[in-house]
Ligand binder design. Structure first.
Ligand SMILES: C[S@@+](CC[C@H](N)C(=O)[O-])C[C@H]1O[C@@H](n2cnc3c(N)ncnc32)[C@H](O)[C@@H]1O
Length: 267
C-alpha cells in the first residue's frame, strides 16, 4: 500500500518541516483552525477519534480540551511520532495503527465525533471509509473532515512571464494517478484519488449523514500579520508560505461537517 509505505518514508522530515499546533485543531495549511471555525462544539468528556491522525497533534489537542481522545493512522512511523509527542505533552491518547477503510478494532457506535484532516484523500475505497465512520459513530454523532480541495488537487501552477496562475487540467478526470513527494532528500510515491465536490457530498449523504456545513476557508492574510500573529497559525509548512500568492486565491481545503442522521440509523 503506497500511503503506508510513503508516509513511513517521509514521516520524520514532514514532522520536522511542518509546524503543527498543539493548542488548536488544524484543518490544513495556513487556514483557520477549530478555535475560529467552531465545528466540533464542546468536546469535553466526548469520545473523539481522528482518522489519518498522522503525528497525533489534533488528537493531543482534543485530549487537552477534555475529550477521550483516540487517533488512527496507517503509518507506523507517524504513530510512533504521535505516541512520543503525547508522552512529551503529558496527555492520554489511544493511538491505533490501522486502515480507516476497515476499522474493525472499534465496535459500533463507539464515538461521538470522528474527525479527519487532510487524510481521506489518500484512501482508495471512499464508500467503505464513510460506511465505517457511520458505523462507529453514535446517533447524532458528528463527522468533520477536510480534504485537499478538488480545485487545488487537480490544478497546477502555470507560469506566464513573471506571474504564476493556477490552471486546471481536467476537473472531471477521476483516474488514479501516482504522484511524488520530495522532502529533505526523501522521495515517496503516493496514489492520488481525485474526487469532485459532488462526489464527496453525494457519498456522504448516501451513507446516511446529513451535511450541515461545507466550508472553503480563506487562508490567513500572511503578509499583513506580525511574527507573533503568524506563530498562532495552526499549521504552517514552508511550501505553502512560498506559494502564498497562489493559496490566497484558491481554496486549499474543503471542509464537511456532517451528522449521523438519527432517522436513518440502522446499525
Ligand atoms: C497529510 S497527513 C495528515 C496527518 C494529520 N492529520 C495532519 O494533518 O498532520 C495524511 C495521513 O493519513 C494517513 N493515511 C493515509 N491513508 C490512510 C488510511 N487508509 N488509513 C489510515 N490513515 C491513512 C497517512 O499515513 C498520513 O499520516
Amino acid at each position: 500500500m503506497l500511503a503506508k509505505k510513503g508516509w513511513n518514508i517521509i514521516s520524520r522530515s514532514y514532522q520536522r518541516e511542518t509546524r503543527i499546533s498543539l493548542d488548536d485543531v488544524h484543518y490544513g495549511p495556513i487556514s483557520p483552525g477549530e478555535t475560529e471555525l467552531k465545528l466540533l462544539g464542546d468536546v469535553k468528556s466526548k469520545d473523539v477519534l481522528e482518522i489519518g491522525c498522522g503525528g497525533g497533534q489534533n488528537a493531543i489537542v482534543l485530549s487537552k480540551w477534555g475529550a477521550m481522545s483516540a487517533g488512527l493512522d496507517i503509518s507506523e512511523e507517524q504513530i510512533k511520532h504521535a505516541r512520543k509527542l503525547a508522552k512529551r505533552e503529558g496527555v492520554k491518547v489511544a493511538f491505533y495503527i490501522g486502515n480507516m477503510e476497515d476499522m474493525n478494532m472499534f465496535q459500533n457506535e463507539r464515538f461521538d465525533i470522528v474527525l479527519s484532516s487532510c487524510a481521506i484523500g489518500y484512501v482508495e475505497n471512499l464508500k467503505k471509509t464513510f460506511q465505517e465512520v457511520f458505523r462507529i459513530l453514535r446517533k447524532n454523532g458528528l463527522f468533520v473532515f477536510c480534504v485537499v480541495h478538488p480545485i487545488a488537487n487537480r490544478g497546477r501552477a502555470v507560469r506566464y512571464g513573471t506571474r504564476r496562475y493556477w490552471g486546471i487540467g481536467n476537473y472531471f478526470d477521476r483516474r488514479r494517478r501516482i504522484w511524488t513527494w520530495k522532502t529533505s532528500g526523501k522521495v515517496a510515491k503516493f496514489y492520488g484519488y481525485h474526487r469532485t465536490i459532488q462526489d464527496y457530498f453525494n457519498l456522504v449523504v448516501a451513507t446516511g449523514f446529513v451535511v450541515e456545513k461545507i466550508l472553503e476557508p480563506e487562508p490567513y492574510p500572511l503578509t499583513k500579520m506580525s511574527e507573533t500573529e503568524r506563530k498562532r497559525i495552526p499549521y504552517v509548512h514552508k511550501d505553502y508560505v512560498k506559494e502564498y500568492d497562489i493559496w490566497r486565491r484558491i481554496p486549499f481545503v474543503i471542509l464537511f461537517k456532517a451528522r449521523k442522521n438519527p432517522k436513518e440509523c440502522a446499525v
